[in-house]
Design a protein around this ligand. Structure first.
Ligand code: CAO
Length: 548
C-alpha cells in the first residue's frame, strides 16, 4: 500500500479554476480514470480523473475553492502500482471545445457606449414575471427598425395561467430583436436592443458609466442569439424536453447515474453553473417523476391506471390536417382531466324565478348608460353566491387529502369563466361579499375584456373559492360544469326563459333562470347542495334579501 497525491492536471491554458462539484468522499474506492471532481473555467467544465485505482483517504478541497495546475486535491491509497499522477493525465474537457479556453477575440468584447447625437443603445431585459420562469414567447410584436413609445408591447408571453405583454421601458428605435416565438424567457433575459432617445444629462451619465455598464447592458456581438439559447432553453422548470439540438451539460459521473436510474437527461433541469446537471438534479428529477406517477398522470394512461386512447390513422378515412395545441388549450385539457379524474362530481339543478330581478335590472339601464357600465344578470348571481357561500361555508373549502385536512377560507373570491378566442380563462373577483352590484358589474366586464385581450396577470386568476360559468348569454337549458379544483363547487348558469309556473290557482308566465351546481361529493353532501341552490333561487327570486 502506498499513499498518492491526486493533483490538478494541465488545464489547457486556464489559470485558476473553481471546484464546482466533488464526486467522491473519503473511503470511496475508485478505478483509474473515475472522476474525482469537476472544475469550471469561464468556458468549459472539466472532470479531473483519478490517476489510478485505489481508495480515497482525504479530500483537500471543497466546492467553491479555486485550484490551479499542480495543486493537490485529494489523497488516495493505492496497492503500490506505478503512479500515473506525475504523468499529469489529460483532463477530460466536456461540452465545449478546448479552443473555447482561448481568450476572447478582441472584436467580440462589448464596446464602450458612445455618444450618438442624443441617443444611446440599450439592451431591454425581461422584467420580473410574477415569479414565473421559462415562459414561452407566443408573439413578437415589434420588428427591427420600428420606432416605439414607452410601454409599447414588445412581446407576448404565455404561462400556464395567463398571457401577458412585456412593455418597452424606453422610447426609441428597435435595432435588433434577440428572441423569437417559442423561446422561453425568465427575468433578466435579453429581449432586444434599442437606440434610446436621451436628454443631455442622461447622456453624460451614460458616458460616465461606460464601459462597466455597457458590458452589462449592451451586447451586440454575433454570438448573442446562440449564447442566449444556450443559457435559457435548458432552464425548463417543468421538465419539458430541451429543444432539438440543445446540449446537455453534465459530467460522466452524473451521466452514469442518470443511465443507471433510466433518467432522460434531456428532460432534467440543471441547477449548476450554466445549467449544468448535477447529481442532485438527477435525484430530484427521478423523485418528481415517481411522485407524479403516484398522483396519477394528467394525461391518463401510465400512472393514472386508466388506459390511454389509441388513435387510429385518420387519414385512412379522408384528408386530415394536424396543428399543435396552443399552450392554453393543452393546460386547460390537463386541468379538466385532472379535475374529472380526481373529483367525484354530482350536479344539482334548480330554476330561479328572476322575473322581478329582471324588471329591476332593466330599470337600471339608463343609470348604467350614465355610468358606462352594463348591468347583466351576472353581478346579481355573484352577489347571491357570496351570500350562499357565507351561509353554507362547507362550499368555501378545499380538501388537503394528503394531510386529511379541510382548508376553510375566510374570504369570498369568485372566479368567472370567460370564453375568449384563445380558450377558457377564469379571472377572479376578490371579496365579492364586500362589493356592490355596480362595482361587480364594472369589475366583471373589465376582467372579461382583459381576458379576451390576453392582458390578465397571473395574480388576477388566482385565489378563487368558487367559480361561476355563465352560458346564459349564449343559450342552453342546463349543463354539468366540471369543478375547478381545488375549489369544491361551480355554478353553471343557462339561458333564462319564460315558463308557466303554477301559483296554487293558475299558471303564471315567469322568467326562470336555470342553475346547475356541480360539487365535489367528498366535501359537500347532496342535502347541502340542495340547500345551496334553493338559497340561490330564493335570493335571486327576491333580490331585496341580498341586502339582509
Ligand atoms: N339568460 C338570459 N340572458 C342572459 C343571461 C342569462 N342567464 N346571461 C346574460 N344574458 C344576456 C345579457 O343580459 C346580455 O344581454 P343584453 O345585451 O341584451 O343585455 C347578453 O346576454 C350578453 O351578456 P354577456 O355575455 O355580455 O355578459 P354576462 O355578464 O352575462 O357574461 C361572461 C359575462 C364573461 C361570463 C360571458 O361573456 C362569457 O364569456 N360566458 C361564457 C363562459 C363560458 O365559456 N363558460 C364555459 C366554461 S366551461 O367550458
Amino acid at each position: 500500500m502506498s499513499e498518492q497525491e491526486i493533483k490538478v492536471p494541465d488545464l489547457g491554458g486556464a489559470d485558476e479554476v473553481e471546484v464546482i462539484e466533488i464526486l467522491v468522499s473519503p473511503g470511496d474506492t475508485v478505478e483509474a480514470e473515475d472522476s474525482i471532481l469537476t472544475v469550471e473555467t469561464d468556458k468549459a467544465s472539466v472532470e479531473l480523473p483519478s490517476p489510478g485505482a485505489g481508495k480515497i483517504t482525504k479530500l483537500s478541497v471543497k466546492v467553491g475553492d479555486k485550484v490551479k495546475e499542480g495543486d493537490v486535491v485529494a489523497m488516495m491509497e493505492t496497492d503500490g502500482a506505478a503512479s500515473a499522477a506525475d504523468d499529469e493525465p489529460e483532463a477530460e474537457a466536456e461540452s465545449e471545445p478546448a479552443s473555447d479556453n482561448k481568450p476572447e477575440p478582441e472584436e467580440s468584447k462589448p464596446e464602450p457606449k458612445k455618444k450618438s447625437g442624443g441617443s444611446r443603445k440599450e439592451t431591454v431585459l425581461v422584467p420580473p414575471l410574477d415569479g414565473m420562469e421559462d415562459v414561452p414567447v407566443i408573439e413578437v410584436n415589434v420588428a427591427e427598425g420600428d420606432t416605439l413609445e414607452v410601454d409599447a408591447s414588445l412581446v407576448t408571453v404565455e404561462s400556464d395561467k395567463a398571457s401577458m405583454d412585456i412593455p418597452s421601458p424606453y422610447a426609441g428605435k428597435v435595432v435588433k430583436i434577440l428572441v423569437a416565438e417559442g423561446d422561453k424567457l425568465s427575468e433578466g433575459d435579453k429581449l432586444l436592443e434599442m437606440m434610446v432617445t436621451v436628454d443631455g444629462d442622461e447622456e453624460e451619465e451614460a458616458q460616465d458609466e461606460a464601459p462597466a455598464d455597457t458590458a452589462e447592458k449592451s451586447n451586440s456581438g454575433p454570438d448573442e442569439k446562440s449564447s442566449k439559447e444556450a443559457e435559457v432553453q435548458p432552464q425548463s422548470s417543468t421538465y419539458e424536453p430541451l429543444s432539438p439540438g440543445a446540449k446537455v451539460h453534465a459530467g460522466p459521473a452524473v451521466r452514469k447515474l442518470a443511465r443507471e436510474l433510466g433518467a432522460d437527461m434531456t428532460r432534467i433541469k440543471g441547477s449548476g453553473p450554466k445549467s449544468r446537471i448535477l447529481k442532485d438534479d438527477v435525484h430530484d428529477y427521478v423523485k418528481n417523476q415517481l411522485q407524479q406517477a403516484q398522483q396519477g398522470s394528467p394525461g391518463g394512461g401510465a400512472g393514472s391506471g386508466i388506459p390511454g386512447v389509441k388513435l387510429p390513422d385518420f387519414s385512412q378515412f379522408g384528408d386530415v390536417e394536424r396543428e399543435p395545441m396552443s399552450r392554453m388549450m393543452a393546460v386547460t385539457a390537463t386541468n379538466m382531466q385532472r379535475s374529472w379524474l380526481n373529483v367525484p362530481h354530482v350536479t344539482q339543478f334548480e330554476d330561479a324565478d328572476i322575473s322581478d330581478m329582471e324588471a329591476f335590472r332593466k330599470s337600471q339601464k339608463t343609470a348604467g348608460e350614465k355610468k358606462g357600465v352594463k348591468m347583466t344578470p351576472l353581478p346579481f348571481i355573484l352577489k347571491a353566491c357570496a351570500v350562499a357561500l357565507a351561509e353554507l361555508p362547507q362550499f368555501n373549502v378545499s380538501l388537503d387529502m394528503e394531510r386529511k385536512e379541510v382548508v376553510h377560507k375566510q374570504f369570498i373570491h369568485i372566479g368567472i369563466a370567460v370564453d375568449t378566442p384563445n380558450g377558457l380563462m377564469v379571472p377572479v373577483i376578490r371579496d365579492v361579499d364586500q362589493k356592490g352590484l355596480w362595482e361587480l358589474a364594472a369589475e366583471s366586464a373589465e376582467l372579461a375584456q382583459k381576458a379576451r385581450d390576453r392582458k390578465l396577470k397571473p395574480a388576477e386568476m388566482q385565489g378563487a373559492c368558487f367559480t361561476i360559468t355563465s352560458l346564459g348569454g349564449i343559450g342552453g337549458t342546463a349543463f354539468t360544469p366540471i369543478v375547478n379544483t381545488p375549489e369544491v363547487a361551480i355554478l353553471g348558469v343557462s339561458r333564462a326563459a319564460m315558463k308557466p309556473v303554477w301559483d296554487g290557482s293558475e299558471f303564471q308566465p315567469r322568467l326562470m333562470l336555470p342553475l346547475s351546481l356541480s360539487y365535489d361529493h367528498r366535501a359537500v353532501n347532496g342535502a347541502d347542495a340542495a340547500r345551496f341552490t334553493t338559497l340561490l333561487s330564493q335570493l335571486l327570486g327576491d333580490i331585496r334579501t341580498l341586502l339582509l
